[in-house]
Design a protein around this ligand. Structure first.
Ligand SMILES: Nc1ncnc2c1ncn2[C@@H]1O[C@H](COP(=O)(O)OP(=O)(O)OP(=O)(O)O)[C@@H](O)[C@H]1O
Length: 294
């Protein structure tokens, strides 16, 4: 059974279409990245999946049930974008509360998560920094080894070392056959940890891709510092070039082809002094690659 299946899931806020005809499918044992810029509709989709919002039309099934049915919650782990814990309770008290709600959890596993993330469970949650508070939320979501984790931009405030540990936790959950639905606006995070990626823009799911596939489509902005006669036509002859501009001593282009072919074309005509590449960001990918498809 796929832990998340939606068909034509649609949500309007008044007349505003925040989600339009979303067909989502999250499989057992995968990290599914849900990627889109601010305001794309990620939180809206998640709140629909959790039954916090009613669909305007379409259907959603989460762990084989209607989102509003509470019975499956124990098999779910959720970290909302605006994590709200009780400020007067310590991390340990917070986790004990959630553990009781779930009818008991593996204490050793919970302790190991806390240790891996470097969480301080003795301070009151209200006195913790954003990142340290986020760790308590993550432990609460993972500690009962849920079948499905729904994480809404969960990386807020985590430092790089902790992020790596957190990525490993997601990977381990997937390797155990459980599933992670990870919303993010950071392409690099999703690329690192997800198996597949759904890209949402203005409420529309514009692509679902294997991560490897997405990577191969990624455009790079390249600057070449050269001595010699290099023309725009020389560069445009290389497959994968776009938006070429050539000034004396410098050429710039967008490129998603074979870098060795580009270098061969350049060095056949000129002496290459330096080369800078900059990976296109998410918005560039939306604008260049998906423009025609959406
Ligand atoms: N309660 C609401 N009433 C009206 N419009 C809303 C409401 N909640 C969200 N929206 C609008 O719906 C769109 C999608 O918002 P949503 O919060 O789902 O985006 P998001 O992808 O999660 O963004 P972010 O990355 O900034 O969290 C936005 O244009 C937002 O302004």
């Amino acid at each position: 059974m796929n832990p998340i299946v939606t068909q034509a899931m649609t949500k309007h806020y008044g007349k505003f279409p925040a989600l339009v005809d979303l067909d989502l499918e999250v499989r057992p044992g995968e990290v599914f990245g849900f990627l889109g810029p601010n305001g794309a509709g990620k939180s809206t989709a998640i709140r629909c999946l959790l039954g916090e919002l009613n669909l305007t039309s379409g259907t959603a099934q989460v762990l084989g049930a209607e989102p509003r049915e509470v019975g499956h919650r124990a098999r779910l782990g959720y970290v909302p974008a605006d994590l709200n814990l009780w400020p007067g309770m310590t991390g340990r008290q917070t986790l004990r509360f959630f553990a009781r709600l779930r009818g008991g959890v593996d204490r050793a596993y919970t302790d190991s998560l806390a240790e891996r993330l470097g969480a301080d469970l003795d301070k009151k949650v209200g006195d913790l920094s954003t990142g340290n508070r986020q760790k308590v939320g993550l432990i609460a979501a993972f500690m009962h080894r849920p079948q499905l984790l729904i994480l809404d931009e969960p990386n807020a405030g985590l430092d790089p070392l902790v992020q790596h540990e957190f990525w490993a936790m997601m990977r381990e959950a997937a390797d155990e056959g459980r599933s992670v639905f990870l919303s993010s606006h950071t392409l690099s995070e999703v690329e690192r940890v997800a198996d597949r990626v759904g890209i949402i823009r203005r409420g529309h799911l514009i692509a679902v891709e294997e991560v490897a596939e997405l990577r191969s489509k990624r455009m790079r902005r390249i600057e070449l510092d050269v001595d010699g006669e290099l023309s725009a036509a020389d560069l445009e002859a290389v497959p994968g070039t776009r938006d070429v501009s050539v000034l004396p001593g410098r050429a710039t282009l967008d490129f998603d082809g074979e870098i060795s072919q580009l270098l061969a074309a350049v060095t056949a005509k000129a002496h290459l002094r330096d080369l800078h590449t900059q990976e296109a960001d998410l918005e560039d990918i939306f604008l260049t690659y998906y423009k025609d498809e959406s």
